[in-house]
Write a protein that binds this ligand. Structure first.
Ligand code: CMP
Length: 140
């Protein structure tokens, strides 16, 4: 089915100047960028986005990292977009990520892991709405 998912290119990958290379991977896999913005997240925005992880031991480090520099936030649309994006990203820990995936190629650690992608269609809708009003999404 045609789906939308939320993708974030994290501060480490933005700093490495690989935004375009990562966008190319999305496009070559048949995903369209239907909304996008660069943003330096506030602490409050990062904490709110990752609220489901609030009790996890890595929460503070995660928030600290996500506010360390600007990120690129995009909505990707395509057939099976949620799973397709997760396959392109590879495993959360780059040590476990299959070769040829975004994290295998660009990530340095489980914290600085280059990209975020929604883990389910349900969370995708929540995450997209967190960053983009419906009027800022341009399906075609
Ligand atoms: P992300 O997909 O953005 O969702 C939460 C992030 O927490 C995850 O990617 C990792 O960058 C980070 N993280 C750090 N430690 C862990 C861990 N042990 N398990 C899962 N995520 C972790």
């Amino acid at each position: 089915a045609l789906e939308r998912t939320l993708s974030i290119i994290k501060p480490d990958a933005v700093a490495k100047n690989v935004v375009g290379e990562i966008y190319s991977r999305f496009e070559k896999a048949g995903l369209q960028v239907v909304a996008a913005k660069m943003k330096h997240l506030s602490r409050q925005e990062a904490e709110g986005f990752y609220a489901v992880h609030r009790e996890r031991p890595f929460f503070n480090a995660l928030v600290e990292f996500m506010v360390s520099g600007p990120v690129m936030i995009q909505v990707l649309q395509g057939e099976g977009a949620v799973l397709k994006n997760r396959e392109l990203m590879g495993a959360t820990n780059p040590k476990d990520a299959a070769s040829g995936t975004i994290r295998a190629d660009f990530a340095d650690s489980i914290d600085a892991n280059a990209v975020h992608g929604s883990d389910s269609l349900e969370n995708a809708a929540i995450e997209i709405a967190y960053f983009f009003p419906a009027t800022d999404v341009y399906p075609r």
